[in-house]
Design a protein around this ligand. Structure first.
Ligand code: FPP
Ligand code: MG
Length: 456
């Protein structure tokens, strides 16, 4: 796989020398994603407290996290493997998702399932499953709807003849009610409900749909160490396949028969688009006179919540709701997801500066190339007004990207980003402190540690 990505990046370098690369439906503005970037060794993970001005900026985005102690002792000495804790449930994830995505149109079938063939991290389903298990023994509250039967999540609500009206040979609705999906669920007894497992699959469908669209928007050439869907099939098919995933996710969501959960996940889809719009057009920035203000960071945190953390926070909340948990437990699950989601994206934005394309399986250093000022740059800018000019023109002039990279490397931007991510990870751990001790709770705590330590 690594060799594949390397040759993709090399061929991109070659075509860049030869001129723009045209793929069906899109014009790629090629950029060299492999230029050398500072190694992580230059940025020891030492924690550094933010100055009070930073604290003020972050507090402007207080609505996306709750208060917690600064350093959380719960993260010390945790060493369970989260994947093992819900391994049996995760084993069926990809095949079930592929069944949810069946289409009678062979090309649509191929493009829709394309990203399911490469190894994703499955972070969102993993968190949903861990949260479901960790809240199996927490205090419960009667709510409407009550627990759906195991078969309900596979059963159509409308008459099947209506759902398959002009498409009778489509595997779609057969697949959604297929015994094969049920048998996978029934093959072992589990304290994770069928509806919670389906929710885990839905989160991966929504996430994958957003990646299909994101790779078109970012003109990305690689994802998960393979050519991205837009490169393989063109922009039009990639976008339509993303839409198809959202359609199938919506059908599966409706069959959970829980209006509150449907409302949450539908809001996530809108949030993803809102976050992406905030990124496309920064309304907190005066491009003709770009100056660092407290708003620069709070706008970034809000965007980060919408584009990344919202799916994690609202799906953790939905998992607790499906488990008939008390309002306190539901809030804790939500707070865990909000804070972990923010930590996750902050680390992602840090890795974009510190890791290679080969290691990430996608182009590293892409954010500056795309004109994006993420946390490392925002922190560097705060101490060096010189960066404002580059931010204002989105690093588009010759040498801008390299200059910005150098200025970030010689600032404490990466260190401050890591420290902020650690604060959020600590808050996530604190949020579930009232849960009874269990292996799944340890798994959720370990996810906080893994989020901070990940290299890809
Ligand atoms: C990856 O960001 C992208 C996202 C987290 C969300 C993208 C959202 C949209 C494109 C809106 C449309 C949403 C749906 C559901 C159709 P990144 O570019 O920072 O990360 P990357 O390096 O992995 O590409
Ligand atoms: Mg992208």
């Amino acid at each position: 796989m690594k060799g594949r990505l390397q040759s993709l990046l090399q061929s991109q370098r070659r075509t860049r020398q030869q001129g723009p690369y045209i793929c069906s439906g899109c014009l790629h503005k090629n950029r060299d994603f492999t230029r050398s970037i500072p190694s992580t060794a230059q940025y020891p993970p030492a924690r550094r407290r933010h100055q009070s001005t930073l604290a003020q900026a972050v507090s402007a985005a207080q609505h996306v996290f709750n208060g917690a102690p600064k350093t959380d002792p719960r993260l010390a000495g945790v060493s369970v493997d989260p994947l093992r804790i819900v391994g049996k449930e995760l084993k069926f994830l990809t095949s079930n998702i592929q069944q949810l995505l069946g289409s009678g149109h062979p090309m649509l079938d191929t493009v829709a399932k394309y990203y399911t063939h490469s190894e994703g991290k499955h972070v969102r389903p993993l968190l949903v499953l861990l949260m479901s298990r960790a809240t199996a023994l927490t205090p419960k509250a009667a709510r409407h709807p009550s627990l759906p039967s195991a078969s309900a999540i596979d059963s159509p609500i409308s008459p099947p003849t209506v759902l398959s009206d002009v498409n009778p040979s489509s595997p779609t609705y057969d697949a959604l009610s297929a015994a094969s999906i049920k048998s996978a669920y029934n093959s072992e007894s589990s304290d994770i409900l069928p509806s919670q497992r389906r929710l885990a699959e839905i989160t991966e469908l929504i996430h994958t749909a957003s990646l299909l669209h994101d790779d078109v928007i970012d003109n990305s050439i690689a994802r998960r160490s393979s050519p991205s869907a837009n490169v393989s099939f063109g922009n039009k098919m990639a976008v339509l396949a993303g839409d198809f995933l959202l359609g199938r996710a919506s059908v599966a969501l409706a069959r959970l028969r829980d209006a509150e959960v449907i409302e949450l996940l539908a809001t996530v889809i809108a949030n993803l688009v809102e976050g992406e719009f905030m990124q496309l057009k920064n309304t907190a920035l005066d491009e003709s006179n770009p100056t660092w203000t407290e708003d620069s960071l709070s706008y970034y945190i809000q965007k980060t919540y919408l584009k990344s953390a919202s799916l994690i926070s609202k799906s953790c909340r939905a998992a607790a709701l499906l488990g008939q948990n008390s309002p306190e437990v539901v809030e804790s699950a939500y707070s865990y997801g909000k804070n972990l989601g923010l930590a996750f994206q902050l680390v992602d934005d840090m890795l974009d500066y510190t890791t290679t394309s080969e290691s990430l399986g996608k182009p590293a250093g892409a954010d500056l190339e795309l004109g994006l000022a993420t946390a490392p740059l925002l922190f560097a800018w705060k101490d060096n007004q010189q960066l404002g000019v580059l931010v204002g023109r989105k690093f588009a002039a010759d040498g801008d990207v390299q200059m910005a990279r150098n200025l970030v490397a010689h600032s404490d931007g990466l260190e401050q980003t890591r420290a902020l991510a650690q604060d959020y990870a600590d808050k996530a751990a604190y949020a579930i402190s009232t849960f009874p001790d269990s292996e799944a709770k340890e798994g959720l705590l370990e996810m906080c540690v893994k989020t901070m330590n990940r290299r890809k």
